[in-house]
Write a protein that binds this ligand. Structure first.
Ligand code: UDP
Length: 350
């Protein structure tokens, strides 16, 4: 298909982890991803599909130019700050980038007549909720973010919903649970700086590239005492974005949808799955709980099925860690990024 005839989708934050996988999915389905990213935490090397525009989401003019230049018809909005701990010490920065950034994007979309948005939200909007320890979470559960990061995601959702009602935008907010794994190509994967997520840290520990893993608490009210999370393969997540882009919505319609599997895995189950994939146990010890970690965060994914016609198909723990390992073993990307060997060729910020 000729580039000019492909429907163009602006992917803000498309140089980041989930954004890059979604850009690939869009490309494979015949769209032109227009990746718009400031590279403050994304990687230029992760932009392999579509076109790249360097810019900040708070820059109304640059956003407008990118939309005009590529005849953008829809936006998938990933760009934003994501580190929960940092949001506690720099809440103003998070409100500026995440909330003011989304305000800027929405007003640009309105100026340019772009009427469809898919927004990166998070299970962080639920916080600890008021749920029983092992209950799955429905979209109508109490919203009680436990960090400024979660506050900004919820504030954006409210703002988007109100603008749908006021201006006829149609939007889907996807509330992610634990994104994990990597594209099976091994070309793109998870590379945060600094890395705090369980699977990459467990993998680095098993491969001897990192410190032994600390399991944050084994005295939770869960079957094995460690926290339960709903790990979702990043390519399943990418597919959910495409489904949200394509689903028929009326003007003014807003939907918020959980993206998870409905099944929780404990930290110990993850550690064992990583050990199986690597062929070596993960060196680990049990430490104190991490502040703010709820015992269980597992989605009820039924609305994703009914609203988007989407379900996870590749999110078994074994599949997730096998794919993550392929990326991690790619010396040019995974472990290379983590060990700092690629600082000269990759832009690492944040
Ligand atoms: N975790 C852990 N040790 C680590 C990192 C994470 O035990 O070094 C646990 C964490 O307490 C949580 C789960 O692994 O229960 C997933 O944490 P992660 O940071 O990957 O994602 P989160 O659920 O915080 O978004």
């Amino acid at each position: 298909m000729d580039r000019g005839t492909k429907p163009a989708v602006l992917v803000t934050g498309g140089a980041g982890y989930i954004g890059a996988h979604t850009a690939k999915a869009l490309h494979e389905l015949g769209y032109l991803p227009v990746v718009y990213d400031s590279l403050s935490s994304g990687f230029r090397e992760a932009v392999r599909w579509g076109v790249f525009v360097h810019g900040d989401i708070r820059d109304h003019e640059a956003l407008g130019e990118a939309i005009d230049a590529h005849n953008v018809k829809a936006v998938i909005h990933f760009a934003g700050l994501i580190e929960v701990g940092r949001s506690v010490v720099k809440p103003d920065l998070f409100w500026d980038v995440n909330v003011a950034g989304t305000t800027s994007l929405l007003s640009t979309m309105r100026d340019k007549g772009v009427e469809r948005l898919v927004f990166s939200s998070s299970a962080a909007v639920y916080g600890q909720g008021g749920r029983g320890p092992l209950e799955t979470i429905r979209e109508d559960a109490e919203k009680a973010p436990a960090s400024p990061y979660g506050d900004t995601k919820l504030a954006c959702e409210w703002m988007i919903e109100a603008q749908c009602r006021a201006y006829g935008l149609s939007a889907v907010a996807l509330r992610y649970f634990n994104a994990a794994g990597a594209d099976p190509s091994g070309l793109i994967g998870e590379a945060h700086e600094p890395e705090t997520h369980l699977i990459p840290l467990a993998m680095a520990a098993a491969l001897g590239d990192g410190k032994p893993l600390t399991v944050f608490g084994d005295d939770f009210d869960t079957p094995d005492g460690t926290c339960l999370r709903d790990y979702i393969h990043v390519n399943d997540l990418a597919e959910a974005h495409v489904a949200a882009l394509k689903v028929e919505l009326s003007a003014g319609q807003y939907e918020a949808v959980n993206v998870g599997t409905g099944k929780g895995a404990s930290v110990i189950e993850v550690v064992e799955a990583v050990g199986r994939a690597v062929g070596r146990p993960v060196p680990h010890s049990v430490g104190a709980r991490r502040a703010g970690d709820p015992p269980s965060l597992v989605a009820d994914p039924s609305r994703a099925r009914s609203v988007l016609g989407w379900t996870a198909t590749r999110s078994s723990l074994d599949q997730i860690v096998t794919d993550a390992l392929r990326w991690e073993r790619n010396p040019r990307y995974g472990a290379g990024v983590r060990s700092g060997r690629l600082q000269s060729t990759l832009t690492v910020g944040g």
